[in-house]
Design a protein around this ligand. Structure first.
Ligand code: ZN
Length: 481
């Protein structure tokens, strides 16, 4: 989109729809043996242009400790980059966006989400047959690459709508090369910034079977070498050290998986809910700064020491942990030890939606309850988890996570005049305690405006919803539901 001219929405949507059908057709017909993507396919789909604009008169939360908050501030973006932020910027020739009733802040960052199973929301119920793990296993086995594309696209569309500009896509149902490509295409076509972590298929590997390291190397070669816009990056999603049949993997196998990923220079992510996991990983010599540990629900003082020593970082999932483990992670203890902590939604199938505002709100009050102290954690610290800390966790803090000149323009504008936001008190509290996805007026990723005036500019929401529902219905039918 050229920001100096109004977008032709109809023309744009039809181009995107056409592109979507091409992508889906190829997903649906691909054999796992065919080469599924060429180097040329790595280019972004039809997305708005990176234009030049200046947001004027906004309440800016830079989340950069050197710049602080700027009431009535301006922010200048050009060709995908934040050029300047401050008061009364003198700029000519750029489109002006009125920010006087807006809070401007960095786009929110989700550091662990199983996007493929987004359509399973509200099918998951409590109990052995309909629990999250049973259901994702039963339906995951029936997924086609096209279902993966549509599931990921639904999750990403909701995230962008809700102000999330970066996601760590924890893809743990890769049943063949076409699934990995379908997932990556859904990310690429949406324009979101993402790390794609390549995992194993639901119910597909035995304890002693190494993951498909050959295809992992192929994905790196085909999607992540050569020139790119830098929106997508690659990681490896490791199987859990768990006694459950779903996650069971032997230690020698885990070593083979991890060694293979490390040879490719990829960061590793692993769920570590429960007790004893961190100690085991340390005793096996597997921890390091390239590792993200998810769900610190069972960590004790000794684990905190192990984490500090090994410089691993930690991601927690407030609603998923409440629902699945019946606890809240001890965030304040993690922060007290100087551990890098970020936030994640985990999966809409458990948390219900992809609303990071609700997660921030839940975090602050559950921490008050745990520590019985309303000064234990501040709204600003919670907002840091969902912005700059997320960027640090994913190794991209030099590019995003704060509104610092020179960084890429990933930012959101949140309306302060909506019924649930007005009147504006403290802007940080307003984001953490009051904001909801529908208050997000504008979403910018890498300088592209992907939501404006409350409307998605590059995603046909009705198509995304309809096709996700069709895929889910077909998947359930194949599973015999
Ligand atoms: Zn998870």
């Amino acid at each position: 989109m050229n920001d100096k001219k109004p977008i032709s929405r109809r023309g744009f949507l039809s181009a995107v729809a056409a592109l979507g059908s091409i992508g889906l057709a190829s997903c649906g017909t691909q054999s796992t043996k065919q080469p599924s993507v060429t180097t040329a396919d790595r280019s972004a789909g039809k997305l708005p242009d990176r234009g030049e604009f200046v947001v004027r008169g906004a309440q800016i939360l830079t989340m950069d400790s050197g710049l602080g908050d700027i009431p009535g501030g301006d922010l200048h973006v050009r060709a995908g980059e934040i050029v300047a932020v401050g008061k009364d910027l003198r700029i000519s020739g750029a489109e002006t966006i009125d920010g006087r009733q807006m809070i401007v802040l960095p786009g929110l960052i989700d550091t662990h989400s199983h996007l493929w199973n987004t359509p399973l929301r509200n099918l998951v119920d409590e109990g052995p047959k309909m629990g999250y793990f049973a259901l994702t296993l039963a339906l995951g086995k029936e997924y086609t690459p096209e279902d993966t594309y549509r599931g990921v696209r639904l999750g990403v569309a909701e995230m962008l709508y809700s102000g999330i500009t970066t996601v760590h896509d924890w893809s743990h149902n890769i049943r063949g090369p076409a699934y990995a490509d379908a997932d990556l295409r859904a990310l690429r076509d949406s324009g979101i910034r993402a790390r794609f972590s390549y995992g194993t298929p639901q119910g597909g590997l035995s304890r002693d079977q190494t993951m498909d390291l050959t295809d992992l190397a192929r994905v790196q070669r085909e999607w992540f070498t050569g020139p790119s816009d830098g929106l997508l990056s690659l990681g490896m999603a490791a199987r859990s050290l768990s006694d459950s049949p779903r996650g069971a993997v032997s230690i020698p196998t885990l070593h083979r998986d991890w060694d293979g990923a490390r040879k490719l220079g990829l960061p590793i992510t692993i769920h570590t809910g429960g007790k004893g996991r961190v100690a085991l990983l340390e005793s096996e010599g597997m921890l390091g700064p390239d590792v993200q540990l998810i769900n610190p629900t069972g960590f004790d003082e000794a684990d905190f020491g192990r984490i500090v020593r090994s410089k691993v970082h930690v991601c927690f999932s407030p609603f998923a942990e409440l629902r699945s483990s019946f606890v809240s992670s001890r965030l304040v203890d993690l922060l007290k030890h100087g551990i890098l902590v970020s936030m994640s939604i985990d999966t809409a199938a458990i948390s219900g939606n992809n609303d990071m505002f609700a997660h921030m709100h839940a975090v602050i009050d559950t921490q008050f309850a745990i520590y019985k102290d309303p000064l234990s954690v501040s709204p600003r610290q919670v907002l840091e988890l969902a912005t700059i800390n997320g960027a640090r966790d994913l190794g991209i803090a030099d590019r995003v996570g704060s509104l610092t000149p020179g960084k890429q323009a990933d930012l959101i504008l949140v309306r302060t005049t909506d019924l649930n936001m007005a009147p504006l008190g403290d802007p940080v509290q307003a984001i953490v305690r009051s904001a909801q996805p529908h208050n997000v007026d504008t979403v910018v990723v890498d300088g592209r405006i992907l939501k404006r005036g409350g409307h998605m500019t590059a995603i046909d929401v009705q198509q995304v919803v309809r096709e996700a529902a069709e895929s889910l219905a077909a998947t359930r039918a194949r599973a015999g539901e």
